[in-house]
Ligand binder design. Structure first.
Ligand code: HEC
Length: 178
């Protein structure tokens, strides 16, 4: 994968070729991402304004905020963007125990784009996380979500630890049939 410095040094149109030894799929993806940069400039995915805007749009429309942003549904979506995806203390209790929507602003902070793509495809968290929806996203859409999270930076506290079935949670929960 290109570092930000390499991507900036590359001329428009040369970017996909600028990664010697990169698998063809990676190069094709880089070319695709480069096309979304304004006026053909080869911005690194992480700093590409069009990609970041796409990520914001996906976070908003693919439902991630509904669970991963505190109070989002109750407020009719009127939560400042700086609080988006900071995780929630509202638990989800069912036969799997009690889970808490992860603080994704912290979780993704240390991940490179490639690490995130691998993680998003392999993860299988407990309900009600719709991991199968995330897995079905294109590499470009996953990259866009990652770019938006990186652009916003880390924020908030980690969500509470999940509890095993049978252990009573202390805070508020949404109950599923047990
Ligand atoms: C219905 C609620 C809900 C929705 C909608 C939802 N999530 Fe989650 N998500 C959760 C919960 C709860 C967990 C924690 C599950 C666990 O602890 O096993 C989680 C976990 C995750 C994790 C795993 C973190 C880790 O470290 O294992 C990722 C990544 C994630 N969500 C991303 C997303 C994205 C991206 C979207 C939007 C496309 C989304 N989620 C939508 C509830 C939700």
């Amino acid at each position: 994968m290109l570092t930000a410095g390499e991507a900036r040094a590359a001329q428009p149109g040369e970017r996909a070729a600028a990664a010697p030894g990169a698998p063809a799929a990676t190069a094709a993806r880089a070319a695709q991402v480069a096309q979304t940069a304004p006026s053909g400039k080869a911005a690194a995915p992480r700093h590409d304004p069009a990609l970041i805007a796409r990520g914001r749009y996906l976070v908003q429309t693919a439902g991630c905020n509904d669970c991963h942003t505190p109070g989002y549904a109750e407020a009719g979506g009127q939560v400042p963007e700086k609080a988006w995806l900071t995780g929630d203390r509202l638990g989800w209790r069912g036969p799997w125990g009690t889970t808490y929507p992860t603080n994704l602003r912290l979780r993704l902070a240390e991940m490179s784009r490639d690490e995130w793509l691998r993680f998003a495809r392999a993860m299988q968290p407990r309900p009600p996380m719709p991991w199968f929806n995330v897995r079905a996203m294109s590499d470009q859409d996953l990259t866009a979500i990652w770019a938006w999270v990186k652009a916003m930076g880390p924020a908030g506290e980690p969500a509470p630890q999940a509890l095993p079935p049978g252990q009573a949670p202390v805070g508020p929960v949404v109950m599923f049939p047990q």
